[in-house]
Design a protein around this ligand. Sequence first.
Ligand code: PQQ
Length: 251
Amino acid sequence: MTATNPTLLSADELEQALRAIGAERYHNRHPFHRALHDGKLNRAQVQAWALNRYYYQARIPAKDATLLARLPTAELRREWRRRIEDHDGDAPGTGGVARWLKLTDGLGLEEGYVTSLDGLLPATRFAVDAYVEFVRDRSILEAIASSLTELFSPTIISERVSGMLRHYDFVTPETLAYFTPRLTQAPRDSDFALAYVREHATTPQTQQAVLEALRFKCSILWSMLDALDYAYVAPARVPPGAFVPGTDAAR
Ligand SMILES: O=C(O)c1cc(C(=O)O)c2c(n1)C(=O)C(=O)c1cc(C(=O)O)[nH]c1-2
């Protein structure tokens, strides 16, 4: 195979290429999400999704703190600091991670069991840890670009909330309250990240690196759902030690 030299894209072309990656690879297209939103899952399968997704939520502020420490200006740090506040809150019981625990509680999972991470699928842990390590180890530009999946999250969140409320009698608006602030937080965050990437990815090499960072992040989200699909959708194959529906700490 001959390697072709990438060409320099305009900022608009770069944005188009990023959006095309989302259209092709974002996790709204995954069969497990389709089933979740279309009411095809049972309560235990929804529990497994929320339990595993808790680890993603819980590590996001650590991921953002790793990046915050490397940002060179107060302006950038102020912007990024807000993400940590969104997730960790400013007092116990506030913020996105606490709101996620309301979701797992509403689904009948014991909080101590969820936060112990004992029931996590191994692949969830590997995928989430890989995201944190990517942000820690790669350039600031790639780290910021890897957050750009949030460009696509408002659409999936709207689909999810309306689909789950319509199809599942065990889900209430209070249970799904996690998602409401995300509908304004995610666009604010992704607008900033997109403007940063448009301004700073100005060589063919850095442009390819940000496109690759977004593909990598889509793969993280996708592989988390692959693992759920494999373990909890028939024929279910739960790995040893992971959450077993109807046992462990689920009501
Ligand atoms: O519900 C979703 O499908 C979804 C997707 C994503 C995403 O695309 O990474 C995030 C979130 N939710 C989310 O709630 C969230 O706080 C978040 C932070 C980040 C990030 O990469 O920094 N992504 C996401």
